[in-house]
Design a binder for this molecule. Structure first.
Ligand code: C5J
Length: 231
């Protein structure tokens, strides 16, 4: 099977067009818009919005190639029966999970705040994996969905770098997936944590994965021979 070299750190990523999915983590209003979960924890949510445009461009490229795209959302059942007490109490938020807010109940499935931001709304055929934890594999069908599609590589984007993106990359790495993270397509409420999170992924010869930037990834994809441009 052919692989294509993507400039990355700590060394080039050998992308397999037949086995590589785009995984968009938690680009939800609750994390990116005022009045949601992120802001209730005291964060400046505007810091995450720079990720929307590059993710949108990457999504468009992936869709044009008919390569697999999957999305995740963090949230809980309306009766909060899947919310551990330890998570509910964490952070002393001004409004806690399940409490009413301007975008509906905080981090609850079915509420406006739980939805993916309008710029990145999933299209038909793109699975949306609802998760209750930080990692996208914990208590979800993600692994099954990836295996069924023959996916062995993940381009992981979304928020936040050091929490749900990082946890997911670590979990994916342990399951044998190769993960490539475009740095401009992930973000954190803490710029220093963003940098540290990326540094941890690519350290020690790429102990969890590879880091690139979306312009480099897109440029490499555009150079792919046309025969590889659909599965
Ligand atoms: C957080 C996430 N930060 N999606 N969730 O609580 O990273």
């Amino acid at each position: 099977m052919n692989t294509f070299s993507i400039p990355a750190e700590p060394y080039d990523f050998a992308l397999r067009p037949d086995a590589c999915a785009l995984l968009v983590i938690d680009m939800q209003r609750d994390f990116l818009e005022p009045g949601g979960f992120g802001e209730s924890l005291g964060n400046d949510v505007s810091l995450l919005r720079r990720t929307i445009a590059p993710i949108r461009t990457l999504l468009a490229a992936w869709r044009a190639l008919a390569w697999p795209v999957l999305h995740t959302r963090e949230g809980h059942a309306p009766d909060l029966s899947d919310l551990h007490a330890s998570k509910r109490m964490r952070g002393s938020p001004s409004r806690g999970i399940g409490d009413p807010g301007p975008m509906g109940r905080i981090l609850v499935r079915g509420e406006p705040g739980h939805e993916i931001v309008p710029e990145l709304v999933p299209v038909a055929g793109e699975p949306v994996v609802d998760k209750r934890g930080k990692g996208a594999f914990y208590a979800t069908d993600l692994d099954v969905l990836l295996q069924a599609r023959g996916i062995r590589q993940l381009v992981v984007v979304g928020v936040t770098t050091e929490v749900c993106v990082h946890t997911t990359v670590r979990e994916a790495n342990d399951r044998g997936y190769e993960c490539l993270v475009p740095s401009d397509c992930t973000g954190s409420y803490f710029p220093e944590f963003h940098e540290a999170g990326l540094a941890m992924i690519k350290a020690q010869g790429g102990i969890f994965g590879w880091v690139t930037r979306s312009p480099e990834l897109l440029a490499a994809i555009e150079r792919l021979p046309s025969s590889t441009k659909s599965p």
